[in-house]
Design a protein around this ligand. Structure first.
Ligand code: HEM
Ligand code: HEM
Length: 183
């Protein structure tokens, strides 16, 4: 069924906020891990891997949903460069949220490390060799991805707040529906 043109479906909203929360969890897990050692640090990394692969699946589902449902136009008065920046940020989010988990998965596979998804089942390894050297290179890219992610988050939240407090339009309302709609 076609979506109304001026609001996100609840599936889009749940996926947006679930993935956003999981991204914060991902960064927090690594920050805590950096301060810990031994078995606990290994457990945190395993959770990081499991959550990351969860983000991969959810992001693919989200893109599928997005393709099946028409995009909502940004407010008419927005200048073209701002629309491009907003949409570009969204596209890059999708690229990073697929690239980072894929890269982490590939690194684990190259290094011959098993991933037991939340201790429940063995996540299949990708058929790649390359050993620890390739794994190290992939992790360098993972680190770069993390930096890109921080820039995107800053742009995205900055943009959302600008819409709400400067432009005073309904862009934030359509992602947080309990914020009252402006006339
Ligand atoms: C790491 C956290 C986040 C990620 C990865 C993320 C990602 C995204 C993506 C990919 C979209 C585009 C949706 C589409 O395909 O149409 C989007 C839309 C949006 N996000 Fe986020 N987001 C995050 C956090 C936030 C936060 C904290 C806010 C609020 C302060 C926010 C506010 C919005 C708004 C208002 C939109 C709608 C833009 C529009 O209507 O076109 N996001 N977000
Ligand atoms: C969207 C999903 C993911 C996000 C946002 C994410 C984010 C991060 C961040 C921010 C770091 C720290 C980088 C730094 O040193 O500055 C990191 C490290 C790491 N990530 Fe991920 N990650 C994701 C998915 C994965 C997956 C799926 C795996 C493996 C299957 C993985 C394995 C690792 C490993 C091994 C490290 C290095 C840990 C350490 O040296 O302490 N990540 N990740």
């Amino acid at each position: 069924m076609a979506e109304p043109r001026n609001r996100y479906s609840s599936v889009s909203l749940y996926l947006h906020w679930l993935i956003a929360a999981l991204v914060v969890v991902q960064v927090a897990l690594i920050m805590v891990r950096d301060e810990t050692e031994g078995e606990f640090a290994r457990t945190l990394l395993n959770i990081h891997k499991s959550v990351g692969l969860g983000i991969l699946v959810l992001t693919l589902a989200r893109i599928g949903w997005r393709v099946a449902n028409p995009a909502i136009p940004l407010p008419e008065p927005m200048p073209r460069w701002q629309k491009l920046l907003a949409r570009g940020t969204h596209v890059l989010f999708y690229v990073v949220l697929i690239g980072m988990p894929l890269g982490g998965w590939a690194a684990s596979s190259a290094a011959g490390r098993d991933i037991i998804w939340f201790g429940l089942f063995e996540w299949p390894a990708l058929p790649i060799g390359g050993g620890r050297e390739l794994a190290g290179q992939l992790m360098d890219i993972h680190e770069l991805g993390a930096k890109a992610l921080y820039v995107l988050i800053a742009l995205h939240i900055g943009g959302a707040l600008k819409h709400h407090f400067v432009d005073r339009d309904n862009v934030l309302h359509r992602m947080i529906p309990w914020i009252p709609r402006r006339p």
